[in-house]
Structures are given as C-alpha cells and as structure tokens.
Design a protein around this ligand. Structure first.
Ligand code: OGA
Ligand code: MN
Length: 306
C-alpha cells in the first residue's frame, strides 16, 4: 500500500511503501500519476535501484529522452544521465552544473518533457545539513494568480524556446566551462514554439508555460512588447511564495512534473563536496495522448500550434 505524506508547502509529497525496483501495480501507478498532478513533485525515500531498474520505472510514464549534450551517460544505458561534480583520474564522471538556474526541462523540445526521475546516490552535507537541493516553483498557482487582463492577453500567444539560451547563460553568467554547442548539436535542437498557457494533462488546470531558462520570444508581439511581457512573467513566476525546495537524502527517488513546475538545482556546495545523482527524462508523448489528457483537453491545446 502506498502512503502519501504531503509536505506542508506549495509543492511536494513523499510517498512511502513503494519498491521502485519492481513494477508498480496499475493502481499504484495511478496513485503516483495523480500525486504528480496534485503536488508537482514526489519523493520516494530509501530506494535502492540499479540504473536499469530506474530506467524501467521511468519508461512506464513515456518515452525516454537521450540528451543532446551526450557524453555523461551510464555505460550501456544512454537514457540515464550522470549529474555529478566528481572528478576521477582527472576526468569528470558527470555533468557538474546541470540545471543551475530556473528552467523547465525540455521546453526547448518539440515534444516537451513530462517527468524527470532522479536517484540520489551521493549528497553533499555540511554541518549535518544537506546541500545541493532542488527547488521547484508552482506554475499552476502562478497562472492562477495572474491578473485577469494578463490572462486574457496571453491566452492564444506562443513562445519560442531555445536550448542554447540556457547553455549560453551558463557560459556567460555562471563561469561554466561547457564549450559552445557545436553546429551539429544546435541543428539537433532548433528553437521550438509552444503555447504560453498549457492545460495540465492530469488535472485539466491551466499552467503558465514560460520559463526564464529557455523562453526567449513571444512570437505574436513586437520585440519590445515581447521583452516587456516576458520580463513581467519571469518576475511574477519567480516569487518566493510559489517555491519549495527538496533537500536530498541518499536513496531518494525524486520524480517531478515538468509541465506544472519549474526547477532550479541549488549550487550551494563546493567542488570537494561530492554529489552524484542519476537522471532519466520522460517525454510527454504518452501522457498527452492518454485518456486523461484527452478528457482534460490538454492534447488538443498542445498539438494545436504544431
Ligand atoms: C535536471 C536538473 C536538478 C538537480 O536534472 O534537469 O535541473 O538538482 N537537475 O540536479
Ligand atoms: Mn533541469
């Protein structure tokens, strides 16, 4: 029996009683799906999972992405990406600075992301306190709180999202040593267009789908109007009242919904404080075509602009 322990914050629940190394029953799967819609992120504590088991759990929710940035993949399982600042024999074992500012995974992709599934293996700790948390922001609530005139204005507008926006920001503003994307990498991830307001496939609620990491232009507006409206929306959605932070413990499996939330990997630990997390990214292909999404009108909205 799964047991939900909602956290006393704007997002997040723990789920106890799951063994993710084995397939979930259909009933439990539905419980997890509904919890993701309601709480935005779910933590399953105390999971011992092989990379293959993590992949099998994740792919129940949709097709898995193989990241364009390549290199830091689990040997033999390219769907598992290694997030880590650990250097062994002079070589990094993972990508060290993934996600270190507010963004939504794969909004830069024509098939957007549904979930991320992360397994915490080494978590940095200082004075007994865990570091390297993952912060989330609630984009259902952020949409809901927008003034009516802005809600009317953004209904039907679309934004262009570009993978390169976040990548170049990391190089320019965060001192990242990542090299510029090659023309081949850029060609694999051309800018894409999505509605500014999506309908959440699980809950049917409206979501503000713009994020400072990747959204760079509102297509139907002049450059100046687009810059002004995006600045307004970014500032609005980044208010602290929409945020909650997951503080990691080894063995946590953290699953989050990329449609209704944004996130930020908090870079508050040093190079000599090791962090190791394995990640799968689940695309929204299955969920957007599910009966649930159809009943909520989510699929029609998403594909309507393609
Ligand atoms: C990601 C990401 C968060 C983290 O994997 O997409 O943003 O805390 N990582 O590592
Ligand atoms: Mn991310």
């Amino acid at each position: 029996m799964l047991e939900l322990e909602p956290l006393d914050q704007i997002l997040g629940t723990r789920i106890h009683g799951a063994n993710l190394s084995e397939p979930l029953s259909d009933d439990d799967f539905m419980v997890v799906l509904k919890a993701l819609g309601e709480y935005g992120y779910v933590c399953f504590p105390g999971q011992a999972l092989s990379a293959a088991q993590q992949k099998a759990f994740a792919e129940r929710f949709g097709s898995l992405e193989i990241n364009v940035a390549g290199s830091y993949q689990e040997p033999g399982i390219p769907e598992i990406m290694i997030l880590s600042n650990i250097v062994e024999n002079g070589k990094p074992i993972g990508i060290g600075d993934a996600g270190q500012d507010w963004h939504t995974d794969m909004s830069y992709s024509s098939m957007i992301a549904f979930l991320n599934v992360l397994h915490g293996i080494k978590i940095p700790r200082r004075d007994g306190k865990p570091l390297g948390g993952t912060s989330f922001a609630n984009m259902v609530q952020a949409y809901d709180d927008l003034p009516d005139d802005i809600k009317e204005r953004i209904e039907g507008l679309t934004a262009t999202h570009d993978f390169n926006k976040f990548w170049e920001m990391m190089r320019r503003e965060k001192g990242s040593s990542r090299p510029p994307l090659t023309p081949e990498q850029r060609a694999k991830k051309p800018p894409v267009v999505h509605p500014l307001v999506l309908i959440h496939p699980i809950t049917g609620k409206k979501v503000l789908y713009a994020n400072p990491g990747y959204a760079e232009r509102i297509n139907e507006l002049s450059q100046q109007e687009s810059d002004d409206l995006l600045r307004y929306l970014f500032e609005h959605q980044l208010q602290e009242k929409y945020q909650a932070t997951h503080r990691w413990t080894e063995g946590d499996v953290l699953v989050w919904d990329n449609i209704g939330t944004m996130h930020n990997a908090v870079a508050d630990y040093r190079a000599d404080e090791p962090r190791l997390i394995k990640r799968c990214q689940v695309m929204a292909d299955w969920i957007l075509q599910s009966d649930l999404a159809k009943a909520n009108g989510a699929e029609a909205r998403f594909f309507g602009t393609h």
